[in-house]
Design a protein around this ligand. Structure first.
Ligand SMILES: [Zn+2]
Ligand SMILES: [Zn+2]
Length: 135
């Protein structure tokens, strides 16, 4: 009797493992973008625009434009440098050209998936991206 219960328990554990593994299958492109939209990724320790250290719950304001194979992201800043009324905001700088951003400016980045993580590659700001495209 005890052996029978043991076999059933082991079978149930095996089924549970199968269930967990089947859910861990490689995510499709769609769920990749869904993950980012839910702001699971990426997490910044420092604001990329003003280098302020970010506490838990302080997020970088950004807008994601999903695409195939790569998406684009507009990064506006953190609560320290991108205030709604801008009265207390400190100056933002482009991580690419290191020039100060205008009030309406933002940083443009490419978003793509590498095995196991999401990469955000800064391409430039509204200032240097426009200048480069004019040249
Ligand atoms: Zn900032
Ligand atoms: Zn720039």
């Amino acid at each position: 009797m005890f052996i029978e219960i043991l076999v059933i328990v082991i079978l149930l554990l095996f089924l549970l493992l199968m269930l967990i593994y089947s859910k861990k299958e490689k995510p499709s492109r769609q769920s990749f973008w869904d993950d980012i939209r839910e702001e699971k990724l990426p997490v910044y320790r420092l604001c990329p625009l003003c280098k302020s250290p970010l506490e838990k719950g302080e997020n970088v304001y950004s807008h994601l434009y999903p695409g195939h194979p790569d998406g684009m992201m507009h990064i506006f800043g953190c609560p320290h440098c991108y205030d709604k009324d801008r009265s207390m905001a400190i100056q933002r700088y482009c991580p690419y050209c290191h020039e100060a951003l205008s009030q309406e400016g933002y940083v443009i980045a490419r978003v793509f998936q590498k095995p196991g993580k999401t990469q955000v590659h800064v391409l430039g700001c509204t200032g240097c991206r426009l200048r480069n495209s004019e040249n």
